[in-house]
Design a protein around this ligand. Structure first.
Ligand code: PGA
Length: 255
């Protein structure tokens, strides 16, 4: 049984116009209004942040960006800074999602710069790590995750890592319907916690929230949350349906 307060985060990816996002946010708000023992965050696309922030005002649901650029401002067409996310009402930002690594050229180095910018901008980074199918087949899961972690937190002090959330998302489980088994997820979560302990000490590692992501559904959340080192979930597809996402939020307490 996980010992940290759960965080269930919804990554809406490139789905929902402003009006659609507003409808989803208000349905979700009413469905989870009585939930007090789970932290909840949603990350709509940039164009919907303002309207979703309005709808969630006064609720316990937190808002996140799906990405940021590391410069505070400037001539960077198409980019959004930490300060802009903060001003839009965000408390969190997802960094280094595998889709960003795969389609938009993100590297461990750019993830590191973005994490530093998020922390400077008073945003909680949700740093994503995870191996591809080929890497798992080649027995490289732990070495890939270790390198993503080490390079992602390079140059950061333990007090900065304290402000983090990490999401383990095996690339082969994202959007595929293939969830890692509870044991497969737990062993990588345990490994991540051990690496953070080696880098930052026992108490920071113990408090660190490590989310699992990859085809999380109402039916598999309780089993995942029953594992010692799984502290919540980063949910893609199932977060686009208010009832499913609310069921995952509730299910996270059933472990
Ligand atoms: P999924 O996505 O839940 O649709 O597999 C998870 C993610 O990409 O964060």
């Amino acid at each position: 049984m996980a010992r940290r307060r759960p965080l269930i985060a919804g990554n809406w990816k490139m789905f929902n116009t402003g009006p659609q996002a507003a409808e989803l946010a208000s349905r979700l708000r009413s469905l989870v209004s009585d939930v007090t023992h789970v932290d909840i965050m949603v990350a709509p696309p940039f164009t919907a942040l303002g309207i979703v922030a309005e709808i969630l005002k006064g609720s316990a649901i937190r808002l996140g960006g799906q990405n940021l650029f590391w410069e505070p401002e400037g001539a960077y067409t198409g980019e959004v800074s930490a300060r802009m996310l903060k001003a839009a009402g965000c408390s969190h930002v997802i960094i280094g999602h595998s889709e960003r690594r795969q389609y938009f050229g993100e590297t461990n180095a750019s993830v590191n710069w973005k994490i530093k910018a998020a922390l400077l901008g008073d945003l909680i980074p949700v740093m994503c790590v995870g191996e591809s199918d080929a890497e798992r087949e080649a027995d490289q899961t732990f070495s890939v995750v270790q390198q993503q972690l080490e390079e992602g937190i390079k140059g950061l002090g333990a007090d900065e890592v304290q402000g983090f959330t990490i999401a383990y998302e095996p690339v082969w489980a994202i959007g595929t319907g293939k969830t890692a088994t509870e044991d497969q997820a737990q062993e990588v979560h345990e490994f991540i916690r051990a690496r953070i302990e080696a880098a930052c000490g026992n108490s920071i590692a113990n408090d660190l929230r490590i989310l699992y992501g990859g085809s999380v559904k109402p039916g598999n959340i309780a089993g995942l949350m029953a594992m010692d080192d799984i502290d919540g979930a980063l949910v893609g597809g199932a977060s686009l349906d208010a009832e499913s996402f609310a069921a995952i939020v509730r299910g996270s307490l059933d472990a």
